[in-house]
Design a protein around this ligand. Structure first.
Ligand SMILES: Cc1cc2nc3c(=O)[nH]c(=O)nc-3n(C[C@H](O)[C@H](O)[C@H](O)COP(=O)(O)OP(=O)(O)OC[C@H]3O[C@@H](n4cnc5c(N)ncnc54)[C@H](O)[C@@H]3O)c2cc1C
Ligand SMILES: *[C@@H]1O[C@H](CO)[C@@H](O)[C@H](O)[C@H]1NC(C)=O
Ligand SMILES: *[C@@H]1O[C@H](CO)[C@@H](O)[C@H](O)[C@H]1NC(C)=O
Ligand SMILES: *[C@@H]1O[C@H](CO)[C@@H](O)[C@H](O)[C@H]1NC(C)=O
Length: 582
């Protein structure tokens, strides 16, 4: 064993130890997404995927605190022919959706301070919250009344307005299902209006209003959401067990798994030949158990740990050492098994099943909280600590084609299992279930969602170890199987042809034309995503997912990366290192 590998292993043991004690120290909350200096203001993404690395300057930012202030911000903009974009106090969306174009001719509305009203109507079992209200605050308020919000993404660091605007989801095929927007029964939406109407008006959209189908998943492009009303259910508990097992037969089991468990999901680690089945069902509120799901990936990390994981990844990249990545992947997987992914029966994990209230089991994000003053820990991806930096690909499949996708990925894996270690360093392939939706930009059929994260280089032009594998999987998903991209994640190439994948896309566009004929809420950034226009023909564009390569210069010939065919999906064109398997 080389010294290098020994160092990695030692370093891992240390990581695990320190990670385990990370909860005992103080952490810094994420930075505010809007940062101003004398030179002006800039909008940042929480991961730092744009802001620093790709600028988003904003000339004017407003912070309304009431619906009337929000309306008058829109009215002022309309009167002065300014464009409007909205961002929450979180800015956790990966594509540059919230960024305004033509900065001097635009304003940014932040809902950060528009978060005070959270009204639970117990009789009708609904909650109406200001758009800027954080998901955690809403959930806790709802549970005080003995009710539960059924759907939420696994990450709680989102606003009510933001979470529905990108189609964010957890996992469930039952009832209204796992996507938050499918629980929306009302939205108060601010849209531009004629001068005689005061330049902006509030639409009170209720169930049955066709405009609600457009508004409940609208990427900030239809109007400014003031308030969101969500359907609730009687409070309940959840019982979760994780089965870490072999991935044999996963292609035959996923469908049954999605049907059998109300909130089931599957984590699949191809390089480890491991599948983690989450058995997750609803229990009556009076069942005993006070567990929490404090997902490991969202716990606070010592800055130095996140940095050292990043450093291990980087040196593995530099040395082209796939085995070092595989060691990281297997030690992280062992750690997750040991800690049950962050499930805790009480303060710690003592055994399955873990039973707890819906509020504590569905969504988490403990790295979000803690005093600003403590600088020792943060979310692992916090750009200030130069920790993890990765791509997130999220592809949404028709449930019936997903089986063939898994078979293809297995074929690719079997040709070279270690090429998937870089994905397994993160969460492997996370498989979740979302049902058919009546939102125009929602899923047109019962669907299976796959997320996978993978190393992203600091510099855009740097090719990455095994990137050909992940590019092939990405193209397989979006082009061979016609998967739909999650609106709040992904690289630009995932959005190519997206208009044709959502059958009601035209209705969404028509709704926009009707309520915002001057395209006040448009921005070139949002439009390049939504209309799949974000691909370019530039040197190195395929490295960043800004094109599919067709010539070597789209890769990095200088570093030995050339445009080549996919190994399993022959129509794929990927950047492969000369000398790697052909
Ligand atoms: C660590 C992490 C884990 C995640 N896990 C999941 C997951 O499990 N499942 C999942 O589906 N997603 C997940 N996501 C993605 C996340 O749920 C979405 O990106 C969500 O939209 C972020 O909400 P936000 O409040 O930060 O919105 P922002 O990023 O601020 O805004 C998102 C979009 O909504 C628009 N918008 C915001 N507020 C308004 C308003 N009041 N009116 C009109 N438009 C508005 C913005 O213009 C923008 O287009 C995760 C993200 C992170 C960082
Ligand atoms: C931005 O402004 C320029 C010049 O003022 C104009 O040509 C362009 O169309 C504008 N872009 C958008 C998206 O409004
Ligand atoms: C774990 O999953 C495998 C594959 O589905 C199954 O054969 C096994 O019985 C499961 N184990 C438990 C404890 O549920
Ligand atoms: C829970 O409440 C139901 C009635 O609401 C009752 O029948 C049941 O016995 C209770 N279960 C426990 C474990 O207390």
């Amino acid at each position: 064993m080389t010294n290098y590998l020994r160092r990695i292993i030692l370093c891992d043991a240390l990581i695990l130890l320190i990670w385990a004690s990370a909860l005992l120290v103080r952490a810094m909350p994420p930075p505010n997404p809007v940062q101003c200096t004398q030179a002006g203001c800039k909008l940042y993404n929480s991961y730092g995927v744009w802001g620093d690395r790709k600028d988003c300057p904003v000339a004017a930012v407003v912070y309304p605190t009431t619906e009337e202030e929000l309306r008058s911000a829109v009215a002022n903009a309309n009167k002065n022919h300014l464009k409007v974009r909205v961002v929450s106090g979180f800015s956790h969306t990966i594509p540059k959706l919230a960024c305004p174009t033509n900065q001097s001719r635009a304003i940014l509305i932040s809902t950060e301070r528009y978060d005070t009203s959270i009204d639970v109507d117990v009789a009708s079992m609904t909650v109406t919250a200001d758009a800027g209200a954080g998901l955690r605050a809403v959930i806790d308020r709802v549970e005080e009344e003995g009710l539960s919000l059924v759907a939420a993404p696994y990450w709680e660091g989102v606003s009510v307005g933001g979470v529905i605007s990108t189609g964010a989801h957890g996992s469930s095929w039952r009832g209204r299902g796992g996507a938050v927007h499918d629980h929306v029964v009302g939205i108060r939406l601010i849209v531009p209006a004629k001068e005689s109407e005061g330049f902006a008006r509030v639409l009170d959209l209720r169930s049955g209003d066709p405009l609600l189908h457009a508004a409940k998943l609208s990427l900030g492009m239809l109007g400014v959401i003031s308030k969101v009303t969500l359907m609730l259910e009687r409070g309940f508990k959840r019982s979760i067990s994780l089965n870490f097992t072999n991935d044999r037969g996963i292609e035959d089991e996923f469908m049954e798994h999605g049907k059998k468990y109300e909130f089931g999901d599957i984590q699949w680690y191809p390089s480890r030949h491991t599948a983690v089945y989450r058995y997750d069902d609803r229990l009556p509120i009076n069942t005993s158990g006070d567990g929490v799901y404090d997902f490991v990936g969202f716990q606070s990390n010592f800055a130095i740990i996140a940095k050292s994981v990043r450093a291990s990844e980087k040196s593995a990249e530099a040395a082209r050492n796939t085995n070092a990545k595989c060691l990281l992947a297997s030690s992280f997987l062992a750690y997750k098994k040991l800690t049950a992914n962050g499930l805790k029966n009480n303060l710690i994990f003592t055994g399955y099943p873990v039973i707890g209230r819906q509020a504590r089991m569905q969504t988490s994000g403990s790295c979000l909280y803690s005093p600003e003053t403590a600088k020792d820990t943060a979310c692992a991806w916090d750009p200030r600590i130069k920790g993890l930096f990765f791509y997130e690909t999220t592809a949404i499949f028709s449930a019936t084609t997903f089986v063939d996708f898994i078979r293809d990925v297995k074929k690719l894996r079997d040709m070279n299992p270690t090429s998937f270690c870089g994905v397994d360093v993160y969460n492997g392939f996370l498989i979740r279930f979302v049902p058919k939706s009546d939102a125009y930009l929602g899923q047109p059929e019962d669907s299976v969602v796959v997320d996978f994260n993978y190393y992203r280089a600091d510099e855009a032009g740097t090719p990455r170890l095994n990137q050909d594998t992940w590019e092939e999987v990405e193209q397989m998903a979006f082009f061979k199987y016609g998967a739909r991209p999650h609106w709040g994640k992904n690289r630009n190439v995932a959005f190519v042809g997206v208009e044709k994948k959502y059958p009601s896309f035209g209705r969404f566009v028509a709704a926009r034309r009707a309520v915002d004929p001057a395209n006040m809420l448009g921005s070139e950034w949002a439009e390049e995503v939504v209309f799949g226009r974000g691909v370019v023909d530039e040197d190195g564009c395929a490295l960043e997912g800004r094109c599919v390569c067709s010539e070597d210069r789209h890769c990095s010939p200088g570093n030995g990366y050339y445009c080549r065919r996919g190994l399993v999906y022959g129509d794929a064109r990927v950047c492969r290192c000369a000398g790697a398997a052909q």
